[in-house]
Write a protein that binds this ligand. Structure first.
Ligand code: AMP
Length: 282
């Protein structure tokens, strides 16, 4: 496994692999890796000949009052996990490599990025789409792997690749969860023991929505109201949104459509958590 912080070296290593006929898969991450990230690497390992993991805590996707400086940085452990999962190349650029002081370009997806996370985290998705475009430009993969955990993000990245004619297939991988259902996240390590227990109610809320979708005739706004009521009944949880949206457009659903996703965002103490669940109406 090669570990590389130079952009030009990374580009030439991946190009050499491609010239030898090897298919390339890329997994963009911010490090602090857990089994969720590992599952992406493992799926890429099965589908591609050459697997590149990028580890970059991207400053432009954090708001001024968010956790950029505190975000966990665990490079040594990350490299061990990448190696064990079979990655070939790790690209870990410094901030100055990714963002020259003179940079003037932002990649902005419009409609999809304005709602939900975009509404609560102004500028977040500009940072995400810009850095993902740059990372895909450097690594030129045939496939790039994203988690369903960040549901809106994978939709935005797909839209960006279509709009910018980037020749990359976006693969969305299932959410990996802890035993009690909490979606794995680098931010879970911020939670106290009490908060960790409260956080497990996010999964229960999504199970409630899934159950109502499958076993009742309730319309989506009523199911969303019950999700909200359930979350509000949990001590220590501050709800930012709990909605049922079209799984392609993210427009809020009024009817029991075939393409639906329950999405929620909460704060548990000072830690912000998101989760989601695809719904199938009976
Ligand atoms: P991050 O390091 O948080 O930017 O995440 C890097 C990638 O890993 C993103 O595509 C995430 O959606 C994905 N990811 C994060 N958590 C999980 C999880 N619990 N299960 C599956 N994928 C995940």
């Amino acid at each position: 496994m090669i570990v590389e912080s130079s952009l030009t070296e990374t580009r030439s290593i991946v190009r050499a692999a491609r010239q030898h006929g090897r298919s390339v898969g890329c997994i963009p991450t911010m490090g602090a890796l857990h089994q969720g990230h590992v599952s992406l690497i493992e799926i890429a390992r099965q589908q591609c000949d050459f697997v590149v993991v990028t580890i970059f805590v991207n400053p432009t996707q954090f708001g001024p009052n968010e956790d950029f400086t505190q975000y966990p940085r665990t490079l040594a452990a990350d490299l061990e996990m990448c190696h064990a999962a079979g990655a070939d190349l790790i690209f870990t650029p410094p901030v100055t490599t990714m963002y020259a002081g003179s940079a003037q370009t932002i990649v902005r997806v419009t409609k999809l990025a304005q709602v939900l996370e975009g509404a609560h985290r102004p500028g977040h998705f500009d940072g995400v789409s810009t850095v993902v475009a740059k990372l895909l430009n450097v690594t030129e993969p045939g496939r790039a792997y994203f988690g369903q955990k960040d549901f809106q993000q994978q939709l935005i990245v797909r839209q960006m690749c279509v709009d910018l004619d980037l020749p990359v297939e976006i693969i969305t991988c299932p959410i990996i969860r802890e035993a009690d259902g909490l979606a794995m996240s680098s931010r879970n390590r911020y939670l106290s023991v009490v908060e960790r227990k409260q956080a497990s109610q996010l999964f229960q809320t999504l199970k409630l929505a899934e159950n109502l979708a499958e076993n009742s005739a309730l319309p989506p706004p009523e199911i969303a109201r019950q999700m909200l009521d359930y979350l509000k009944s949990v001590d220590g949880i501050d709800v930012q949104y709990a909605v049922i949206a079209d799984a392609l457009t993210l427009e809020l659903l009024t009817d029991r459509s075939n393409s639906a996703v329950a999405l929620l965002a909460v704060k548990v103490g000072s830690t912000r958590l998101i989760d989601n669940q695809i719904l199938r109406f009976r």
